[in-house]
Design a protein around this ligand. Structure first.
Ligand code: FES
Ligand SMILES: [Fe+2]
Length: 377
């Protein structure tokens, strides 16, 4: 543990970004005790099931007969084949090896040549897929790999109400991409937590963005939650008025606010939105010490009382937004790669600017609070 003289806060040691030992420690001791964001409920609807890797564990998600999301180990209880590949799949879970079919509660209910398996037929629930705690707030489905721990509401603190309200009227994924970044997951998260790098890294891209207040003190940071943080940055009044003038055409959406917000829900989810007319949701999957997969979705919300022209206007706003998001993502990916190249060369701890890097500092505190092995006296 490193103590910064200027701030009295604690800094994650550089080797925690670079060594396989630390990476494995995170997989074994950090991720299992947090709630990990998995996917959105709307991505499971229509009898889909969904494969993904959370930490070191292959997970399969689906909605059960009661309408609740359930998370299972993505491994067949017959002879261990992985049941599905990552992503969304239609229909019931069918094992690719001998075609056992599992119902929505994870119980094998379709077994070819079942007379050979009287022990399974008589008590199929004994061969149910291993299950993990799975909870939902609004559209956001979270999984905990450990059977013990806080419930989701307690874990999310102030972010619970935000996720619930943001989910109001969320109806479709407008844009989606998955890309790898050549950096440790913490480098990628930290990059998303400050705007200090914007003039250097995104000087041309952000120059074209309208709508944000330009006052130097505009963003407000919220650091009350021990693990999570967010900011709100007021929208400029001209942009708000423009939306008000367009209201007859574009209609209304469920939760209109007059700022930009960026939220980190520790450890693997960020949610951003400008004025609430869509939400940009990113899941960060650590693949190795220096490789992170980012799964990015922009999710739209339902508009009411709009016109066809209004729909076209919003489509254009969204398309511009998608292009912007991808450009920014590539610029951030490139700088994260350079940070990773540098961080592996030094044991010298990072130093943080007051105010502008408070959320990065908060993330370091959150991370260290969850990784006691790094907290030496
Ligand atoms: S391993 Fe799955 S049905 Fe045999
Ligand atoms: Fe950036």
């Amino acid at each position: 543990m490193t103590t910064s003289a200027a701030t009295g806060t604690h800094t994650i040691p550089t080797q925690a970004y670079c060594t396989l030992e630390h990476f494995n420690h995170e997989l074994d001791s950090l991720f299992p005790h947090t709630w990990l964001f998995a996917c959105l409920k709307l991505e499971l609807e229509g009898k889909h099931h969904y494969g993904l890797r959370l930490g070191a564990t292959e997970i399969l998600l689906q909605i059960d007969d009661q309408g609740l999301p359930r998370a299972f180990l993505n491994v067949c209880t017959h002879r261990h084949a992985k049941l599905c590949d990552p992503g969304q799949h239609k229909g019931p879970i069918r094992c690719p090896y001998h075609s056992w079919v599992f119902n929505r509660q994870g119980i094998p209910t379709g077994i070819p040549q079942k007379t050979a398996f009287p022990h399974v037929v008589v008590a199929p629930e004994k061969y149910r897929l291993k299950e993990f705690p799975c909870e939902i707030v609004g559209q956001f489905i979270f999984v905990r790999l450990s059977s013990q721990g806080q419930d989701l509401r307690e874990y999310l603190g102030h972010q619970y109400d935000f996720l619930e309200r943001a989910s109001d009227g969320m109806n479709k994924v407008l844009d989606e991409f998955q890309e790898n970044v050549d950096a440790n997951w913490k480098v990628v998260i930290e990059n998303s937590l400050e705007g200090y790098h914007v003039p250097a890294v995104h000087n041309r891209t952000f120059g074209q963005v309208e709508g944000m207040s330009q006052e130097a003190d505009a963003p407000i940071f919220f650091l009350e939650d021990r693990l999570h943080s967010h900011l709100e940055h007021a929208a400029n009044s001209e942009w708000v008025n423009r939306f008000s003038r367009m209201e007859k055409k574009i209609g209304k959406w469920p939760w209109r606010f007059e700022h930009y917000t960026h939220r980190l829900i520790f450890p693997n989810l960020t949610v951003t939105s400008f004025m609430g007319y869509s939400f940009h949701i990113q899941r960060f999957d650590p693949l190795s010490t220096d490789l992170t997969k980012v799964h990015s979705r922009t999710v739209g919300v339902e508009f009411s009382n709009g016109t066809l022209t209004g729909e076209k206007i919003m489509e254009r706003i969204h398309t511009d937004g998608h292009d912007f998001t991808r450009k920014v993502f590539l610029e951030d990916g490139e700088i994260c790669r350079k940070v990773q190249a540098g961080i592996s060369q030094t044991a010298r701890p990072a130093t943080f600017g007051n105010g502008i890097e408070d959320r990065v500092k908060h993330f370091h505190g959150a991370y260290l609070s969850q990784t006691p092995a790094l907290r030496k006296p």
